[in-house]
Design a protein around this ligand. Structure first.
Ligand SMILES: CC(C)(COP(=O)(O)OP(=O)(O)OC[C@H]1O[C@@H](n2cnc3c(N)ncnc32)[C@H](O)[C@@H]1OP(=O)(O)O)[C@@H](O)C(=O)NCCC(=O)NCCS
Length: 177
């Protein structure tokens, strides 16, 4: 834990509940207006509320982040954000490390993110990778993104386990009745 984080009074990291949705939307969409991150709709936050971790300081919402499982061999860190007044105190690291632990516990060998702050992720052990190395992301989410033709986010990835789990081709598909 960073020295600054230890100096904060009561820092609590916990899973989100639906009661956090307004605070998540408020923070993420405020930062999205500043073109720092992509916006989220209420539906996308609520449908994925189990993905989110929340950090609180003295009982007050101070930040959020989401770990979204994309496939059997990868998860994405999405919408990681700390309230402007609380940035630079180690709270982003706390949430990122928690989500990385969660990914490990789920057996996922890779975690990636699309970001405008690759330096933050670099500190967490992520490396910059080509967008093309994440075809699942590109074919699913990116196609619906307004920035699809001109994506300026940087893809970063952290390898958790070298021996990757089964990929699309080796997963059993359901048979038609
Ligand atoms: C990016 C963000 C989540 C980081 O959270 P934070 O609590 O401010 O960061 P921390 O204090 O935990 O910093 C952790 C490490 O990352 C580094 N870091 C954090 N933000 C950085 C930045 N913008 N540029 C370079 N390094 C950064 C810190 O120096 C620190 O390094 P160290 O631990 O090796 O000393 C936060 O600043 C934020 O909400 N930014 C706006 C939203 C955003 O850009 N989200 C990114 C995902 S799209």
């Amino acid at each position: 834990m960073a020295e600054e984080t230890r100096n904060l009074n009561a820092v609590q990291l916990r899973k989100a509940t639906v009661l956090d949705a307004n605070a998540i939307l408020g923070l993420v969409n405020q930062l999205a207006l500043e073109q720092i991150m992509l916006p989220r709709s209420p539906a996308s936050v609520l449908e994925n509320i189990r993905d989110f971790v929340i950090v609180e300081v003295d009982g007050e919402f101070a930040g959020c982040g989401a770990l979204h499982v994309c496939w059997s061999d990868m998860a994405e860190i999405r919408s990681i954000a700390v309230s402007p007044a609380r940035q630079g105190l180690g709270l982003g690291r706390m949430m990122a490390e928690e989500m990385i632990r969660e990914a490990e516990a789920l057996g996922l060998p890779r975690v990636f993110a699309f970001t405008y702050v690759p330096e933050f992720f670099h500190r967490m052990g992520f490396d910059v990778v080509e967008h093309a190395s994440l075809p699942h992301k590109v074919f699913n989410d990116c196609l619906n993104c307004p920035k699809y033709q001109a994506c300026d986010e940087i893809a970063v990835m952290k390898i958790l386990k070298e021996d990757a789990l089964p990929t699309l081709s080796s997963l059993p598909m359901p048979k038609r009745p």
